[in-house]
Design a protein around this ligand. Sequence first.
Ligand SMILES: CC(C)(COP(=O)(O)OP(=O)(O)OC[C@H]1O[C@@H](n2cnc3c(N)ncnc32)[C@H](O)[C@@H]1OP(=O)(O)O)[C@@H](O)C(=O)NCCC(=O)NCCS
Length: 147
Amino acid sequence: MNLLSVVIRELHIEDYDALISLWDDANLPYKPEGRDRRDNIEQEMKQPIAIFLVAEVDGKLVGFIFGTHDGRKGWINRLAVSPAYRKQGIAARLIAEVESRLSNFGIGIIACLIEDWNTVSIQVFERLGYKRHSEVIYFTKRRDSKI
Ligand SMILES: CC(C)(COP(=O)(O)OP(=O)(O)OC[C@H]1O[C@@H](n2cnc3c(N)ncnc32)[C@H](O)[C@@H]1OP(=O)(O)O)[C@@H](O)C(=O)NCCC(=O)NCCS
């Protein structure tokens, strides 16, 4: 049961520094010179398929999620909750909100890529009803290493 007064709202670009602090606190890898640079985030936020949400407690940014879709499948990215606010249902609320918004886009399947060492995140997604696919191998091709 969550006793915190948590507000889920859209990310504003003015939250950028707080967002970077949150990712640092959460030890979440990100690309400060690439797609997570302020102007790139600002550009991405303008896309109609982008769902950038934050969780706030007493005006402090304590959680973030990025949802999107490719027309066939929804994706959850960059989920993070500040260490001091974990295990109180904040990630669950952020994920539920993204699921609901993706459902409004007509998206019926949502995926998330999790590194194999991240046992907490694996457990969180399993608890929230996501099915693990250990048989899938992730491939990428990058224009450059900063992206
Ligand atoms: C993963 C993370 C976002 C979870 O945030 P959180 O707010 O603590 O998660 P919640 O409290 O909403 O928990 C959701 C469910 O997962 C479970 N859970 C949370 N932390 C857990 C843990 N450490 N071990 C096992 N289960 C856990 C909760 O009990 C809950 O299940 P329940 O409703 O059945 O009780 C947070 O640990 C984090 O920021 N980690 C570092 C960044 C990261 O790895 N992000 C994910 C990248 S894919």
